[in-house]
Ligand binder design. Structure first.
Ligand code: AAO
Length: 452
């Protein structure tokens, strides 16, 4: 069930939060495909309530593919364009609920009418669970799976009629060529219901990654959901923040007690955690944030997703310039708005690194007991991460074959010579990193200047 490896491209994903379908398509061709990403996760594509907040995307009105991010035709063009660039689309599937009961009634982004218990031609009162109040206690399994998440009308996923509707939606996306799904709010749907829905798909083996926010002491845990997909491992992101904020010398302990590597989706942050203080880093951490991404991409644990959104000013506000029915196209030349992580030399270099070292284990671990670590990936690659405020010069012991390597991280084209004993010397800048890999480090790859 793990995220399928694309031959020669690994399986690394990029989450383009609130990017329109047209802008994702253009970015697949210009950057994402050439950088070596295997997947792009996009925001929910179904019709939703109108409004300028980003989270309108998470209030479905119907399963028509008419959203603030684009039309059905634009979605289809994105899937085709990305596939031609070697990149699969992972759609964010919001199937736990429809609109908020507190949102009342209105018209969705595709023109469909909606209201409480009212989704004409799709759902009615019989389609929703009997608990009509909001979840207040995450310690109560019944509440979490039958009551309303922040007032969102909770679909009766135990019923065959509802399962058929949901499967119909996912099958429509599969027919357009979608490669996988991020399953929103899986904690709020019994695992058996999700398995029953998945069995109705035209491809019941399609890749799913569940959003189940693991939390000590809660009755519902990510491991319950592994029967129908992988699960995002939120604790990885929280641990990563802890190490980056303190000392990274012990960062190999990051996976202690977590899901098995081949079942865990990992990320430095996502669209919720970056803005909610859910214990992760976000782009505002600057260089440390990039170093966190470097570590995630260098270290062999889990299925990594690089996150790329917009520079938010408050929790709820959508992309600047959004209207009730449309989000402006993303543009990486508009650096005041878009973070464009996928264009940072550190990220592009490390995606290449990860693809180059696939299948190798950690070797030659070294740390200074504080904030400088270095390790190899077999005889294929070697990385050093300096999470301190001073540059460090030293000689590193690798298992790399002797030769000349170009640093993949800095985009300066700096070359290093590994001697016949596998050693090389380097100066790693403050809050900097350096990565060498057989193949992708040679010949010289200076990156794309001026794109970060
Ligand atoms: C909006 C308005 C609401 C209004 C509603 C309906 O904000 O005021 O009532 O519309 O009109 C997004 C936004 C919501 C938005 C919603 C619909 O975030 O603000 O509501 O769209 O437009 C729980 C769920 C998890 C969910 C998360 C936000 O379990 O599935 O809440 N994430 C997904 C999406 C998210 C989206 C939805 C689901 C809905 O990624 O963007 O909402 O489709 C604990 C629990 C978690 C729980 C969190 C937050 O987590 O364990 O299960 O997540 O609390 O309540 C530490 C702890 C950890 C804790 C965490 C956060 O890490 O260890 O246990 O802190 O406190």
């Amino acid at each position: 069930l793990a995220a399928p490896e694309v031959p020669g491209r690994g399986s690394t994903a990029l989450n383009l939060f609130q990017w329109t379908w047209s802008s994702v398509a253009a970015e697949c061709t210009s950057t994402i495909g050439p950088a070596g990403f295997a997947y792009v996760q996009v925001s929910p594509p179904q019709e939703h309530i109108q409004g300028t907040s980003w989270w309108t995307s998470y209030q479905p009105v119907s399963y028509r593919l008419e959203s603030k991010l684009g039309t059905r035709a634009e979605f289809k063009n994105m899937v085709d364009t990305c596939r031609a660039a070697g990149v699969g689309i992972i759609a964010d599937a919001v199937i736990n609920h429809m609109t908020g009961a507190d949102a009342g009634s209105g018209t969705g982004t595709g023109g469909s009418a909606f209201g409480v218990d009212y989704f004409p031609g799709l759902y009615d009162g019989s389609s929703f669970n009997d608990c009509r109040s909001n979840i207040s206690n995450y310690g109560d399994r019944y509440q979490v799976q039958n009551c309303r998440l922040v007032s969102l009308q909770d679909l009766r996923t135990g019923s065959n009629a509802v399962r058929d509707r949901i499967a119909g939606y996912l099958n429509d996306l599969l027919s357009l060529g979608v490669a996988g799904f991020r399953m929103d709010a899986s904690k709020h749907i019994p695992a058996a219901d999700l398995e029953a829905i998945k069995s109705r798909l035209t491809n019941p083996n399609v890749f799913w990654v569940h959003e189940v926010i693991g939390s000590a002491g809660e009755p519902i845990q990510p491991s319950e959901y592994l029967g129908s997909g992988d699960s995002h491992e939120f604790q990885y992101a929280r641990n990563l923040k802890g190490y980056m904020d303190g000392s990274i010398a012990g960062i190999r302990g990051i996976t202690n007690g977590l899901l098995p590597s081949d079942r865990a989706g990992v990320f430095v942050d996502n669209h919720d955690t970056e803005r909610d203080g859910h214990g992760t880093m976000n782009y505002q951490w600057g260089q440390k944030y990039l170093l966190g991404n470097v570590f995630m991409l260098a270290y062999p644990y889990g299925w990594p997703t690089v996150y790329s959104g917009y520079k938010f000013t408050d929790r709820d506000a959508g992309v600047p310039g959004s209207t009730a029915t449309r989000v402006p196209d993303a543009s990486c030349s508009n650096t005041a708005v878009w973070t464009c992580m996928q264009r940072k030399p550190e990220i592009k270099g490390m995606v290449k690194f990860r693809n180059a070292v696939t299948g190798t284990a950690v070797t030659n671990w070294w740390d200074d007991g504080s904030n400088h670590i270095a390790f190899g990936r077999g005889a294929k690659g070697y990385v050093t991460i300096n999470n301190s405020a001073s540059a460090v010069t030293r000689t590193y012991q690798t298992s790399l074959p002797a030769g000349e390597y170009t640093d993949l991280v800095s985009a300066t084209g700096t070359r290093y010579t590994v001697d016949s004993s596998g050693r090389f010397s380097a100066t790693v800048p403050q809050y900097g990193a350096l990565a060498l890999a057989v193949g992708s480090s040679t010949p010289v790859d200076p990156g794309e200047p001026g794109t970060n």
